[in-house]
Design a protein around this ligand. Structure first.
Ligand code: NDP
Length: 347
């Protein structure tokens, strides 16, 4: 049988809760001519999934959307054979059918994966959309120069890990912001950033100021809210911001546009310091930058120049819990659900 999570209701305002999802057993779908049946190996948990559910882009009764790494079980498509690994969108279920499509982020599915290039799980993380997001914000939009100070929020998370390390490879002083001492230790000791401060500390704004004695030239924004307010007084003249996300605001119940509030909070500093704000939507970078990014990032991973941490929850049943944890900072690294055995993983 197939195991399938479907959206049980249009989620009420706020954050995900138990009644939002329903798990059931269903028949395994049969591939039509031109399709392949695939078994989900890894399921990616991403903040944008919450936006789809709240906005109605994912309808009640739909299989919950999600990017996946999967393995072909049976193929009726010339381009796939049993055993192939694919980056695709099975969603929150054990089995799915391949279908050629382009998603809202401009990604073409499915894409074949070569386990010799990098561990297959990275296709939904550092060597996938998350890594490209980080690369686009740092290397394309903000272009920090050697010696400049770059600050990255949610620095131990999926996008943040990559953003901080890419800035570090460019010769910058890089300061992370994360949600615990353990996360900060990882950011400095494992990822090699110059400093990291916890936004949960009462002395957070002072700690950040002390970690940025020359001010802030580039800010990669993942969080918003009080994390952003701590960075605001530190911007140097002609600083640049890549506005990647505002995860702390995604459960807002007031219906307001978090981007508008964010911009209003920063407006006087932005005007005074001539800060350039680049809104980031990874879709805008896929066509032009994805191939170069995949080459460069695969090389950095192979050489150990970029490291990554994954937070892998075991079993499809854990999907709602993994999703909620990620949205609330209960994750430590890129959040994945291990849905079935990864035959390429080291024993
Ligand atoms: P992460 O792996 O970074 O997980 C989310 C992290 O956000 C948590 O670990 C937590 O880190 C932090 N966080 C959550 N809630 C709060 C809060 N209330 N206050 C402070 N920190 C909080 O997720 P992703 O890497 O998948 O996504 C990171 C960001 O990138 C998101 O904003 C997402 O929307 C955005 N994004 C944007 C894209 C684009 O095209 N613009 C594409 C992909 C992602 P900590 O505990 O360290 O605070």
């Amino acid at each position: 049988m197939n195991r399938v999570w479907r959206l049980a209701r249009r989620p009420p305002a706020g954050w995900p809760s138990d009644g939002d999802f329903v798990l059931g057993d269903e028949a395994i779908p049969e591939p039509a001519a031109g399709q392949a049946l695939t078994r989900t190996v890894y399921l990616s948990m991403d903040p944008y999934q919450w936006g789809r559910r709240r906005s109605g882009a994912e309808a009640v009764g739909d299989v919950c959307h999600g990017r996946t790494v999967s393995q072909v079980v049976r193929s009726r498509a010339d381009e796939y054979q049993g055993g192939d690994f694919l980056f695709n969108t099975n969603g929150w279920q054990l089995y799915g059918l391949t279908g050629r499509n382009i998603d809202v982020f401009g990604y073409m599915f499915p894409r074949k994966l070569d386990p010799a290039v990098a561990p297959i799980s990275t296709a939904v993380g550092v060597l996938g959309m998350l890594g490209l997001t980080a690369y686009s914000g740092i290397a394309v939009q903000c272009q920090p120069q050697p010696g400049e100070t770059v600050v990255v929020s949610a620095a131990s998370g999926g996008v943040g890990q990559a953003a901080g390390q890419i800035a570090k490879l460019g010769g910058c002083r890089v300061v992370g912001i994360a949600g615990s001492t353990a996360k900060c230790d990882f950011v400095v000791e494992e990822l090699g950033l110059d400093a990291c401060v916890s936004h949960r500390s009462r002395s957070y704004p002072d700690d950040l100021s002390a970690a940025c004695p020359d001010g802030v030239d580039v800010y990669f924004e993942n969080v918003g809210g009080h994390v952003f307010e701590g960075v605001l007084p530190l911007f140097n003249r002609n600083a640049r911001i890549s506005l990647c996300g505002m995860i702390s605001q995604y459960g807002n119940t007031d219906g307001g546009d978090p981007g508008a509030v964010w911009a209003e909070t920063g407006r006087s500093v932005f005007d005074r310091q001539k800060v350039a704000v680049h809104r980031l939507f990874v879709r805008d970078f896929v066509a032009e930058h994805q191939d170069r990014f995949l080459d460069e990032m695969a090389g950095w991973i192979r050489d150990g120049a970029v490291k990554y941490r994954e937070d892998i929850r075991e079993g499809l049943e854990q999907s709602p819990a993994a999703f909620s944890a990620m949205l609330a900072g209960g994750n430590f690294g890129k959040t994945l659900v291990s849905v079935s055995d990864d035959p390429t993983a080291a024993p």
